[in-house]
Design a protein. Structure first.
Length: 255
């Protein structure tokens, strides 16, 4: 029996608009996210990058005065009619500041699987090891799994948070400025982990660091004032941008 074919597009966005307190943050955004790609999302502050990211797992619904119009399909299924807990299991998010739980390294990673009903100790140990390996931190913490997570360095804490996201077996990983507070060496380790994760996951990286987008992303989207200005293969967008606003941003003329 032939294996199931991976769809070209993991996520499809159609005419997506988002408002907060009546102020439009995103305006009629339309594009697709390919399966197993790293999509970089760049743009100046207040361009709609984070609003876009948080719409993908319906975090915007936590804001009482937000409104969303348009359509987002995950594997051709409407995310706005999906069970929100299951959606957030399928679409995980890693935030700018690493926020490990006040627990051990092991318990941080095991937290999600336990929440979803996993009680078998051996299975939990396997999940923890697999997730820490995938986040490229296993070799650094394997001898201190039961030590407090807050004792890790900032870069290690961020990779621990990635491992915690991986432990519930998502399909899509969202990153909201995951390296903004990290030193260059820690940033490199996170970026290397992202490249390895591409084999199994679709990833979307919001970053204010255009050089990071150029290093890591397969394609890059440029947002400005709530609009998608340009989306292209990363090399093309950074060398021959189609829109002068994109060129001005990546060359530092504004933003």
């Amino acid at each position: 029996m032939v294996g199931q074919q991976v769809p070209i597009y993991k996520i499809q966005i159609r005419d997506l608009s988002v408002w907060y307190d009546g102020i439009e943050a995103l305006r009629r955004v339309t594009f697709e996210v390919k399966s197993h790609e790293i999509l970089g999302v760049i743009g100046p502050s207040n361009s709609g990058k984070t609003s876009f990211l948080r719409t993908l797992n319906r975090m915007n619904e936590l804001y009482p005065h937000s409104r969303t119009d348009g359509e987002i399909l995950l594997d051709n299924q409407d995310i706005f009619t999906a069970n929100i807990q299951l959606l957030r299991k399928r679409v995980g998010i890693v935030f700018a500041l690493p926020l490990p739980l006040p627990l051990s390294i092991f318990d941080n990673v095991a937290y999600g699987p336990r929440l979803h009903g996993e009680k078998n100790k051996q299975k939990l140990a396997e999940i923890v090891e697999r997730s820490l390996r995938a986040a490229a931190i296993w070799d650094e913490v394997k001898d201190r799994l039961h030590k407090p997570a807050f004792r890790l360095s900032g870069g290690q804490q961020q990779r621990l948070c990635i491992a915690r996201t991986l432990a519930v077996e998502p399909e899509v990983i969202l990153y909201d400025e995951p390296c903004s507070g990290l030193d260059p060496i820690s940033t490199l380790k996170v970026e290397e982990a992202m490249q390895e994760l591409k084999k199994k996951y679709t990833q979307i990286l919001v970053t204010n660091n255009v050089k990071q987008a150029a290093r890591v992303s397969d394609r890059t989207a440029f947002f400005l004032m709530g609009e998608l200005v340009e989306l292209n293969e990363t090399k093309e967008l950074f060398t021959v941008p189609r829109d002068k606003r994109t060129e001005d941003y990546i060359t530092g003329r504004f933003g």
